[in-house]
Design a protein around this ligand. Sequence first.
Ligand code: UD1
Length: 418
Amino acid sequence: MDKIIVEGGHPLHGEVRVSGAKNAALPLIAATLLAPGWHTLNNVPDLRDTRTIMTLLETFGVEWQRDGSTLRINSTNLSNCEASYDLVKTMRASVLVLGPLVARMGQARVSLPGGCAIGARPIDFHLQALKNLGAEIVLEHGYVEARVEGRLQGGTVYFDIPSVTATENILMAASLAQGVTVIKNAAREPEIGNLVDMLVGMGATIEGRGSDQLTIHGAKKLQAVEIEVIPDRIEAGTYLIAVGAAGGDVTVTNCNPGHLPALLDKLRKVGLKIEEGKDSIRVRRDGPLRSVDITTMPYPGFATDLQAQIMALMTLSNGLSVINETIFENRFMHVAELQRMGADIRIDGHSAIVSGTGKLTGAPVMATDLRASASLVVAALAAQGTTEISRVYHLDRGYENLEVKLTKLGAVIRREKE
Ligand code: UD1
């Protein structure tokens, strides 16, 4: 297992290019299961999660090639419709293959993902929605078995909470269903817009892109397509917050400032200078940090995937910050590790109360999940002394070349075998 060692206290300067979004690439890759032929996906990040989903697709009989950030995928011959526990347990987003497989093959068997560090994360919305489209669902031996005679039938789906991957699963299934499907209280994350564009390119008709109501006119057959993965707004946000923590002047390139409305508003209130370009954001810190309160919300609210990183930033201010986590019940795993670095944080139910002490000190810490790991890197960049972050395989799930990119910005960071 690798660990990352950071010597804190070096401001960041220069330019950093954001990779394609993990959370967009995964559903786009799953969507290639809907249509035969060679699909071309551009700007695909090379991450542990994108490798895992390709291993999963291989088990179905899919052929694929990678050339740099271009992924070519051919799902003409599907010989197996089962996603095994071994793969699903390492990546919950594997559940994204359920909708496309049952829509195209009439059947799918996908392991239940089980719990994960940040909460229970059930998939009941996915299953209920597929039932609404006519699938028969059986839960047995730790697996979901979905079947349909003939094609799925369009139907109406309402989500109690706008779930991102459930919206994506049903968008994909409905694109091959007979008739019209309406998804109410759909999630509105930019990654869903990316998937809508792909499905429309494949031949589905979809109305309501970007809104909380999506209407999908299914097609009998879909065709292979070429599509570009949108930039990773969470990676971009992590670099912006890192500059807030470490200080400096950085331009984050190949990103979409329009995808980060809540974060940019908060960072301006924190006191950072933010300049938005067409596909870049310049961030500068030239004064003390002010405290802000944060409440995570579905898009366009403040992303739960940036909550851990902004908390690390708030420990470096000199005021009080209340951070409410409304999406996942157990997403404060980073708190205990930040406390080891000198942070003053109290948890009260779904809220963390951060009393900024203005400084952190380096310590040995442990990464517990993907975004918690990113928050420890942010903290380490600003801390006095050296921080050793172990279990960094979590980081490798979602950040492409993190140490290389940060080193180019002037950070003193290296990876070592544990
Ligand atoms: C996606 C993102 C993840 C992000 C999250 C919230 C991907 C691959 N992952 O995860 O990075 O943190 O959105 O922005 O895109 N829920 C249910 N039943 C369900 C589904 C969800 O109760 O069947 C609940 C969840 O427990 C959670 C809330 O709905 O409380 C939202 O979760 P959801 O949007 O589904 O998260 P994911 O799609 O798993």
